[in-house]
Design a protein around this ligand. Structure first.
Ligand SMILES: N#[N+]C[C@@H]1[C@@H](O)[C@H](O)[C@@H](O)[C@@H]2O[C@H]12
Length: 449
């Protein structure tokens, strides 16, 4: 029987992704202001092993070397984020020319090697100076963000064809404002909805700024984790519905539909405000694409003790789990894409992150580090993409997470997602077997799978 052809549509865009605080290092160099992650990482007890982004992958200084790694993969595009506080040390007002210059040099290096820059304006590292003024809890942040976005568009839109306003706003509010595991480390069911709403107001204001100054594409990036009921019991089905609304609709709905799902009032109760109707004229803006970050699924059961969802994930027997505790479930990627099209329409989509953290025994042969579990994850998920495209999903591209092993936020350096292994003591980069496979996938547009 002939092997199925996994050839992707002509022009399919293949990339890799990173984020500023996770790879750059030099967080305060050349006039940069501190971000909330600079502060959080230097707060005792917040980071595994006391790891920080002070050096990370030293990308701020090694970016030319890293662009060579991208070229070796044959990447069509590179998704990176901009450290807002490098460019605007106080978050608003004064522009730091050396900070802006770093990103201009990075973009030029990418273009020189035929790699399309894909810039994310906010990937969690809010300027500390803005956090001091209330950060995402202050409604003025929509204007602060639009001011920053306009600075970046005027500086780089002549060379950056694709922009995203936000990366994974759900993680910012769930981790940073509800549970406190991420910067800025708050724990309040009253703050989380306010931060969530202001994130989407800011995203809308950034898109409006782009329509005034930009000439290419802008979108927003959501993490989507499909939820499946643990049983057909009504309480488990209801818990799954709540979990789905909380993670997968809370941000896409105000951005694309101009409303919130009713489950959020059910979840947060008196902590869910009645937001002004006019706000949704700002949150809902035409986007040129949506980025979806997919890693895993969740099987959900009712749990009256779990706050505030009254829902909890159930570990599945006889399944492979990654080092971050995520089940390998490629069907969830297909289901996510078909659901997204069904709910929000035929918006062009990119998988802006997909990847896995596994422990790789340090076995290097012919200069390549073997990582069979990560390679298997990639093969399975690219196959799932192919199923979604065959089902009519308007999928334009895929960015592997991540180009490099990097700082996995408060989990530190121990969770390694990179196509390239990084020895953080020496900064040596070593391709993994998955990098070699990915390069073949790109060269053959998927046919090699
Ligand atoms: N954990 N994990 C891996 C990855 C994280 O490193 C990215 O910064 C986020 O955008 C998203 O959570 C996914």
């Amino acid at each position: 029987m002939s092997r199925p052809s996994f050839r992707f549509p002509d022009g399919f865009h293949w990339g890799a992704a990173t984020s500023a605080y996770q790879i750059e290092g030099s967080p305060l160099a050349d006039g940069a202001g501190p971000s909330i992650w600079q502060r959080f990482a230097h707060t005792p007890g917040m980071m595994a092993n006391g790891d920080t982004g002070d050096v990370a992958c030293d990308h701020y200084r090694r970016y030319r070397e890293d662009v060579q790694l991208m070229k070796a993969l044959g990447l069509h595009g590179y998704r990176f984020s901009i450290n807002w506080a490098r460019v605007l040390p106080e978050g608003t007002g004064r522009v730091n020319p050396k900070g802006l210059d770093f990103y201009s040099r990075l973009v030029d290096e990418l273009l020189e090697h035929g790699i399309a820059p894909n810039a994310t304006l906010f990937h969690w590292d809010l300027p500390a100076a803005l956090d001091d003024r209330g950060g995402w809890l202050n409604r003025d942040i929509a204007h602060w963000f639009a001011e920053y976005a306009e600075v970046m568009f005027k500086a780089l839109d002549d060379r950056v064809p694709r922009w995203s306003t936000l990366n994974e706003p759900w993680v910012v509010t769930d981790g940073g404002y509800l549970h406190g595991a991420l910067a800025p480390g708050h724990r309040s069911k009253y703050e989380a909805p306010l931060a969530a709403h202001n994130l989407m107001r800011a995203s809308g204001a950034g898109i409006q700024a782009y329509r005034a100054h930009g000439r290419h594409e802008i979108g927003v990036v959501f993490n989507i984790e499909p939820k499946y009921p643990h049983s057909d019991r009504a309480e488990d089905v209801a818990a799954t519905r709540r979990a789905h609304a909380y993670m997968n609709q809370q941000f896409a709905d105000p951005a694309l539909l101009g409303s919130y799902p009713p489950e959020l009032k059910e979840i947060f109760g008196d902590a869910w405000p009645d937001f002004p109707a006019d706000d949704f004229k700002l949150t809902k803006q035409k986007v040129d694409f949506v980025g979806i970050n997919y890693y895993t699924r969740a099987v959900v059961k009712h749990d009256p003790n779990q706050y505030p969802l009254q829902a909890t994930p159930v570990r599945q027997p006889n399944r492979t789990y990654t080092e971050t505790g995520w089940e390998v479930f490629e069907q969830g990627l297909t289901d996510t894409l078909t659901w997204f099209k069904q709910r929000y329409g035929d918006i062009p989509l990119y998988i802006t992150e997909n990847g896995s953290a596994f422990y790789d025994p340090p076995v290097v042969e012919n200069g390549v580090l073997d990582d069979p579990l990560r390679t298997s994850y990639l093969r399975k998920h690219l196959g799932a993409l192919h199923k979604a495209i065959a089902a009519g999903v308007n999928l334009k591209g895929y960015y592997a997470w991540s180009l490099l092993d990097n700082l996995e936020w408060s989990l530190g350096f121990s969770k390694r997602f990179g196509l390239y292994h990084v020895d953080f003591a020496t900064q040596q980069r070593t391709p993994k077997a998955t990098a070699k496979l990915y390069a073949q996938v790109i060269a053959s547009n998927g046919s090699v799978l």
